[in-house]
Design a protein around this ligand. Structure first.
Ligand SMILES: Nc1ncnc2c1ncn2[C@@H]1O[C@H](COP(=O)(O)OP(=O)(O)O)[C@@H](O)[C@H]1O
Ligand SMILES: [Mg+2]
Length: 298
């Protein structure tokens, strides 16, 4: 069986040790594994057709997603599925879907005229992020209307979220199928290079993580969680993350890919047309609140 990893160029250009181990394990099990970085190839896009049994989308770049779209439209089998990745990658779409799925998320706004946010920021601090952002690039915290006035202009759509005050650390939650892991680390421009410390996965955190996967039809994914004053809040979702700091995760990922390739994994098909749960305008801040809200409105 032929597997193709669609990779992203890494800086510095050393392959991820987890991914290397995954590829070695799959090769050892008889898979024919190859890979490529879209940005480093010349592709005859008008003739591109699927040639592999499974494409593993490990890149988030727009070019990779476009090529993935070409392959998907011709029936290529992809992990994670192309529609799931597209929805995950657009933070504006993703935030709405997370909320609809009952995942505790920050309040969100969008506008291209940031001055319209004045009354909003007068009430609460905000965080502004590019809608297809990555590794914290282009993020601004806006504490009050004065901050708003000096914000640099953005040339891409942004998602504006209520700022969730935490303890200064991100909980990075990593999922392989139904296995959930977490590490905690302070966020910084290069925190993605650090492994973080193991963080206990409570049953509430586990339920939140699995709910995200179900809402998006993802099997290999990660979420960024802030432990806010009212419980954990999911501020970001990523497909096929780096799993940095999760011990012995490569064999699990390899097994998952093998199962997926052999059709033994059925991912939940996300239904974007599903009615939102919160018809009463309640804002859930933790899974328990969500359960209570469901009870209250049913
Ligand atoms: N709404 C929020 N409230 C508080 N902190 C946030 C919020 N959103 C993001 N952050 C912080 O900013 C970091 C980067 O934002 P994130 O949404 O994860 O974007 P990226 O795609 O760049 O990783 C997060 O890891 C978290 O530390
Ligand atoms: Mg993030």
């Amino acid at each position: 069986m032929q597997l193709y990893f669609m990779l992203v160029r890494r800086v510095p250009p050393v392959p991820s040790p987890v991914l290397l181990e995954v590829c070695d394990l799959l090769t050892g099990r008889g898979f024919d594994v190859s890979s490529g970085i879209a940005e480093e190839m010349l592709v005859r896009s008008d003739r591109l057709t699927p040639t592999h049994d499974l494409y593993i989308l490990k890149s988030h770049t727009e070019l990779s997603l476009s090529l993935a779209g070409i392959l998907h439209s011709q029936g290529a089998v992809m992990l994670n599925p192309y529609p799931s990745c597209i929805a995950t990658q657009d933070k504006i779409v993703a935030s709405r879907r997370l909320y609809a799925a009952g995942v505790p998320t920050p309040r969100c706004w969008v506008t291209n005229d940031l001055s319209l946010l004045e009354p909003v920021v007068a009430e609460r601090p905000l965080l502004i992020k590019p809608y297809r952002g990555h590794r914290g690039m282009g993020i601004h915290i806006v504490n009050d209307p004065t901050d708003l006035a000096v914000l640099p202009r953005h040339n891409v759509p942004v998602l504006i979220q209520e700022f969730i005050p935490g303890n200064g650390e991100d909980i990075k939650v990593y999922v392989v199928g139904d296995e959930v892991f977490a590490v905690s680390k302070p966020f910084s421009a290069d925190s993605f290079t650090r492994p973080g410390r193991p963080y206990p996965v409570s049953s509430a955190l586990r339920a939140i993580a699995l709910r995200c996967g179900k809402a998006f039809g993802l099997g290999l994914y990660g979420l960024d969680v802030i432990e806010g004053p009212n419980g954990p809040v999911v501020v970001d979702l990523n497909y096929f993350p780096g799993y940095k700091g999760v011990p012995d995760v490569a064999p699990l990922i390899a097994q998952y890919i093998e199962d997926y390739a052999n059709g033994r994994v059925a991912l939940h098909s996300p239904d974007p047309l599903a009615a939102p749960f919160f018809t009463n305008g309640c804002y859930p801040t933790a899974l328990e609140d969500f359960t209570e809200t469901r009870k209250a409105i049913s």
